[in-house]
Structures are given as C-alpha cells and as structure tokens.
Design a protein around this ligand. Structure first.
Ligand SMILES: Nc1ncnc2c1ncn2[C@@H]1O[C@H](COP(=O)(O)OP(=O)(O)O)[C@@H](O)[C@H]1O
Ligand SMILES: Nc1ccn([C@@H]2O[C@H](COP(=O)(O)OP(=O)(O)O)[C@@H](O)[C@H]2O)c(=O)n1
Length: 194
C-alpha cells in the first residue's frame, strides 16, 4: 500500500512548498493537482474535452502560474464533468509506491479520502496575498481581491468544494517561516509513520 499524504487549503497558503518538501524528505512522488486545472483552463475550447486530452506539453506551459491562469482554473474547476475527467489521473498518480503527496482543494475530502496523513494549510488572507504578490511581482491589494474571489468560488461550489476533511490536521503558516512550516508538516507525518 502506498503512503498517501493529502494537502489542501486556500490559494497561496503554502501547500506546494510543503508538499514538495515532504516528497523530497520521504522519497515520495508529488503532484500539484492545481496544475491540472490551470492547464485545462489555459487550453481553451470545451473544458471537458481539454481536461480529457491533457498531455505533458499542456502541463509544461510557462504561463500556468499566472494570476489569470489561476482565475480561469477556478472557473472551470466548478464544472463537475471537468473534475470527473481528472479523477483517474490523480488516482493512478496516488497509487505509486512507495508513496505520494498530492496538493489541491479536494484531495483529503474526495480524491484520497483514505490518505494516511491529511494537512489543511492556511494563512491569513493578507499574508497569502503578500506572498503571492511578491512571487508574481504583482500589487498586494489587487492580489488580495483576486485570492478572495477565487477562494469564495472554490468554497461555495457544489462539486468538491474547498473545505478541511474532518480528520485533517490544520497547519496555519501565517506566523511560520518556510523551514518551520516544513518541520511541522514532517512532524505530523512522522507521528503516523512511527
Ligand atoms: N511559511 C511561509 N513563509 C513565507 N513564505 C512562504 C511560506 N510558505 C510559502 N511561501 C511562499 O508563498 C508563496 C505561495 O506558496 P505556495 O507553496 O506556492 O502556495 P500554494 O501551493 O498553497 O499556492 C510562494 O512564493 C512561497 O515561496
Ligand atoms: N484539487 C484541486 C486543485 C485546484 N483546483 C482549482 O484550481 C485552481 C488553481 O489551483 P492552485 O492550487 O494551482 O492554486 P494556488 O493555491 O497555487 O494559487 C483553484 O483555485 C481551484 O479552483 C481545484 O478545484 N481542485
């Protein structure tokens, strides 16, 4: 049985940073599931067809990290048929030995409800906006409005909304530096791995 770590949370909370570090530390595979939605939105055309035909070149596009790609992703991510089209790929990824770390919005609730460890990573809206604005060279106030709009859409949709799984451990990174946040995540995994 592969060891699965599910990491969910709102935009720019530090999910990817923690997921990459956990995968490196434990020698696991890592999938940023947000990239699947970003690539689907960026591909254009019918989003269900786009989701079903994603290939490596779609996922390697240089523009996927932009704020615009994030907004487009969150719009198509509310369509149940788009989400359904991406489930198999995520399940196959999660089945890899010796383990996998997947980060997104619905990993602990829908995609991998039996994950060995579930983390729900948060940070205050202002801190998340500041960090993402610094990363993209954007205005923090505009970024705050964008992140809040995206979080609202992701939380209010009916299909796999953003919310913590009942058995998720909350990790608030508002006052944590990257090394501290990673250390806390590793400690949570070690509690389960023994
Ligand atoms: N604990 C932290 N302290 C300071 N900056 C952080 C922290 N965690 C992540 N970051 C930075 O914040 C930005 C968003 O982090 P990221 O891991 O991409 O979030 P997510 O995957 O949730 O969108 C990145 O620029 C990252 O380097
Ligand atoms: N498992 C997932 C991952 C992302 N998404 C959607 O894809 C968008 C982009 O996700 P992301 O993880 O790349 O976004 P950031 O948190 O990195 O800003 C989100 O706002 C969600 O709408 C989703 O619905 N389910």
């Amino acid at each position: 049985m592969p060891f699965i770590i599910a990491i969910d949370g709102p935009a720019a909370s530090g999910k990817g940073t923690i997921a990459r570090a956990l995968a490196a530390h434990f020698g696991f595979h890592h999938l940023d599931t947000g990239l699947l939605y970003r690539a689907t939105g960026a591909k254009g055309g019918d989003p269900v067809t786009a989701a079903l035909s994603l290939d490596a070149s779609d996922l390697a596009r240089a523009d996927l990290r932009s704020a615009e790609a994030g907004q487009a992703a969150s719009r198509i991510a509310a369509i149940p048929e788009v989400r359904a089209a991406l489930v198999d790929f995520q399940h196959r990824f999660a089945a890899q030995e010796p383990g996998a770390v997947l980060d997104g919005r619905d990993i602990g609730t829908v995609i991998c409800p039996d994950a060995a460890v579930k983390l729900y990573v948060t940070a205050s809206d202002q801190v998340r906006a500041r960090r993402r604005a610094a990363e993209l060279g954007a205005d923090p106030e505009e970024m705050l409005a964008q992140l809040q709009e995206r979080d609202r859409r992701d939380s209010e949709r009916t299909a796999a909304p953003l919310k913590p799984a009942p058995d998720a451990v909350l990790l608030d990174t508002t006052h944590l530096g990257i090394p501290e946040a990673i250390a806390q995540a590793i400690a949570q995994v070690n509690k389960v791995r023994g």
